[in-house]
Design a protein around this ligand. Structure first.
Ligand SMILES: *Cc1c(COP(=O)(O)O)cnc(C)c1O
Length: 454
């Protein structure tokens, strides 16, 4: 039995190409629709928001896309991220299962998000863009794009969801350290923000609203483009570097995962780890269980409707077919801010509909309990988002114990929780509650889904 704990890779072995699952789909993705005409979108429709190279990646069906050398050079600052065998967690659970985690918290911003922030900033810089707007929930994406902007000389403006802006002042300080400007959303700076504030001056904000504000600024300023931290096909493709590395690291470990787990907000870290493995299966390889984990308070994959919907609250973005709680739905202000999104990546939703992945949901206190056990066994304090994956891995490991099976489980530890310690304090102080969402509001948001001709 191997007692090795940590698996890294030679720089010479680091992936040189991203993996694009669109090449291996048995059924193609439903096309995104123009918000005005409800007709399928053309590449030019996205040109006000994104540089052409990223638009071409968004619609590409090439299986592999070269990672440009300047991007790989930045990645070498922290990649490969380690694949770690959680021996001590296994022992604490008394499970015959082998638990591995891929640790993305080693990036400068503390999560997987720089894996796409770096390429997005670089392609924008190549296209001569000097200003980017974006939104951030927990602050992870904002810090990642701020970091990337600093490397490539781009001014970054971040609309941060109000509740996390108030809860996480140090995330804002980090964004400012990298040179970005941070604005609490909803704000007075945009028509979308003002419309929300008029109805409710104390609105806690949501990712859907922050996206509207960032998109509005990019769409109304010729010199400014927009950058999204999750959901889109090209973002998921950039994250595939996680799974591509993990495959090589599992070869070194002499193991092969039976269960692959990731938490899902917009779906990017989950897809990053899982899609290369799913691709192998779609090309005739072995079938594994792939589990997406979301918060019970914002359960788009497990409780949402698979339908065309807007990506934002003010309906400025294209419509995509996805699992959605309705674009007007405001999830309760729980602590995993990065998972408070009404929709899901269309590609993740599509795979769910095709039966290629499973989805499950847990309330936040159970997730914090799992995260604390993980920290006390493995030393790393997970981000509240990542606690959802930890919880699911523990559930699977305990199932293996009950069934006497020694399956191999891997989960994506998408980030560390060093900026989320106030959430841990609330948990230890017994103030963390499992908020349900408002069923009436959900029903209303779903009833308000746009009707799209079949
Ligand atoms: C943003 C974030 C998530 C959720 O986003 P996905 O696109 O679903 O990955 C999960 N974990 C961490 C640490 C994050 O920062």
């Amino acid at each position: 039995m191997s007692t090795q704990t940590k698996f890294l890779l030679d720089e010479s072995k680091l992936p040189r190409r991203w993996y694009n699952i669109a090449a291996d789909l048995p059924v193609p993705l439903a096309p995104p629709l123009h918000p005005g005409t409800l007709q399928p979108l053309g590449p030019d429709d996205l040109a006000p928001l994104f540089p052409m190279e990223l638009i071409l990646q968004e619609v590409s069906t090439e299986r592999e896309i070269e990672i440009p050398e300047p991007i790989r050079e930045v990645f070498r600052l922290w990649r490969p991220s380690p694949l770690v065998r959680a021996h001590r967690l296994e022992k604490a659970l008394g499970t015959p299962a082998k638990i591995y985690y891929k640790y993305e918290g080693v990036s400068p911003a503390g999560s997987h998000k720089p894996n796409t922030a770096i390429p997005q900033a670089w392609y924008n810089a190549q296209a001569g863009i000097r200003k980017l707007t974006t939104e951030t929930g927990a602050g992870q994406w904002g810090s990642s794009l701020a970091f990337a902007g600093a490397l490539f000389g781009i001014d970054v403006t971040v609309f941060q969801v109000r509740v996390s802006y108030d809860q996480k002042p140090y995330r804002r300080a980090l964004m400012e350290t990298y040179g970005a400007k941070c604005i609490a959303s909803p704000s007075n700076l945009t028509a979308s923000g003002r419309a929300i504030l008029e109805k409710d001056p104390n609105h806690p904000g949501s990712l859907g609203i922050a996206i509207s504000e960032a998109v509005e600024v990019a769409a109304t300023n010729d010199d400014t483009k927009y950058s999204l931290g999750s959901v889109l096909n090209h973002v998921l493709m950039h994250q595939s570097i996680i799974g591509l590395e993990a495959m090589l690291q599992f070869e070194m470990a002499g193991d092969d995962p039976d269960v692959i787990i990731g938490c899902t907000g917009g779906g990017s870290n989950f897809a990053g780890l899982a899609f290369p493995f799913i691709g192998q299966q779609l090309r005739g390889g072995r079938k594994r269980r792939i589990v997406a984990v979301e918060p019970s308070a914002c359960p788009s994959l497990t409780r949402g409707k698979f339908a065309y919907d807007f990506g934002d609250t003010a309906h400025l973005t294209p419509l995509t077919k996805m699992h959605t709680l309705g674009s007007t739905f405001t999830p309760p202000g729980f602590h995993a801010g990065g998972l408070r999104y009404h929709g899901m990546a269309p590609m993740v939703s599509h795979l769910k509909e095709l039966g290629l992945i499973e989805a499950t949901a847990y309330p936040q206190t159970a997730c914090f309990e799992a995260g604390v056990l993980f920290a006390r066994s493995e030393g790393i304090v997970p981000a509240p988002e990542a606690n959802h994956a930890v919880k699911s891995a523990i559930v699977e490991a305990l199932r293996c114990k009950a069934e006497g099976r020694s399956e191999v489980i891997v989960f994506n530890l998408s980030g560390h929780g060093h900026f989320d310690m106030s959430a841990y304090s609330s948990y230890f102080g017994g103030q963390l509650v499992d908020q349900g969402y408002d069923e009436k509001e959900l029903a209303m948001a779903l009833a308000g889904l746009p009707s799209v001709p079949a």
